[in-house]
Design a protein around this ligand. Structure first.
Ligand SMILES: [Ca+2]
Ligand SMILES: [Ca+2]
Length: 285
């Protein structure tokens, strides 16, 4: 065969291969977790900080990373820096006010990016481990504190947990649902509250109007309250369920609950390591 013909065939083959490869790459949808080109860079960034960032930590994020504009990542970076700075200043003040304080009792905040709801805008979680956890979301050039109706809505430090029967906060990724259980009388009454992120106000709101309550005490005098002689009457088998004042059957009770694969709503990364991760995501693009 003529050398020129061979050369033309070779070029045509090459063009065809490039076309096939590029088509197959553009077909990769960000929703498919196993096909992420940016994943390696994120994984290698995580390897450097193995100590406090499990290498799979951002794998879950990777499929969506391509969809997160750098602008949003930049705003979250700024927010982490601001929160960290405030936290340091508070700790310095604390040490000034309490000169005998044990330095080891100072705590580091932990951070994470998560997908709380399904709008492809990630949320920022900031946790003071065992004390408080905070959720921030983003819209239109602003990082927004999403826990404004909490017990402590002035300082934006998040909602408390870990003490007084409060078990903390769990959410189902991308399902816009968070649950908190809180026990009174050492577990004789257990309250379950579901929260959703309101897409208009960007604030966590109670899913139901009334409280969900399980009572495990023997209500000897039928007054609906735990009296002194009922304190020791815990009986799991005699549980009564309520929605507000209305007593529920077990089936009705179950229908109020949202099933799914819950995760703790807590940060896992130091400020340094989440800033590194955010930078690596930004530099990917
Ligand atoms: Ca979101
Ligand atoms: Ca009673």
């Amino acid at each position: 065969m003529d050398k020129n013909v061979l050369a033309v065939i070779a070029v045509l083959l090459l063009v065809a291969i490039i076309a096939i490869v590029s088509v197959s790459m553009t077909e990769k949808k960000p929703e498919e977790p196993e096909v992420v080109t940016s994943g390696e860079a994120v994984a290698s960034a995580s390897v450097e900080e193995k100590e406090d960032v499990p290498t799979n930590e951002y794998k879950e994020l990777d499929p969506y990373v391509a969809n997160i504009p750098n602008e949003i990542l930049d705003f979250y970076k700024e927010k982490v820096e601001e929160i960290e700075q405030n936290h340091k200043e508070e700790q310095e003040q604390l040490m000034k006010d309490n000169p005998n304080m044990d330095v080891s009792s100072l705590r580091n905040l932990k951070y994470d990016l998560i997908f709380f709801d399904d709008n492809n805008v990630p949320e920022l979680v900031v946790t003071d481990d065992g004390y408080r956890t905070a959720l921030y979301t983003y819209d239109a050039g602003k990082v927004i504190y999403a826990m404004k109706d909490g017990p402590d809505d002035t300082d934006e430090h998040g909602w408390p947990y870990g003490a007084g029967g409060n078990h903390g906060y769990d959410y189902i990724p991308r399902e816009n649902i968070m649950v908190n259980t809180n026990a009174d009388y050492a577990g004789l009454i257990v309250y379950t509250t579901y929260y959703q992120l309101n897409p208009e106000t960007h604030n966590l709101e109670s899913k139901y109007d009334q409280e969900l309550r399980a009572e495990f005490f023997e209500d000897k005098n039928g007054n609906g309250q735990v009296d002194d002689d009922e304190m020791e009457s815990y009986n799991e088998g005699a549980v009564r369920y309520y929605y507000g004042d209305k007593q529920l059957t077990e089936e009705e009770w179950a229908s109020y609950h949202v099933q799914g694969d819950y995760k703790g709503l807590y940060g896992t990364k130091t400020a340094d390591s989440i800033l590194k991760a955010l930078n690596s995501l930004i530099n990917e693009k």
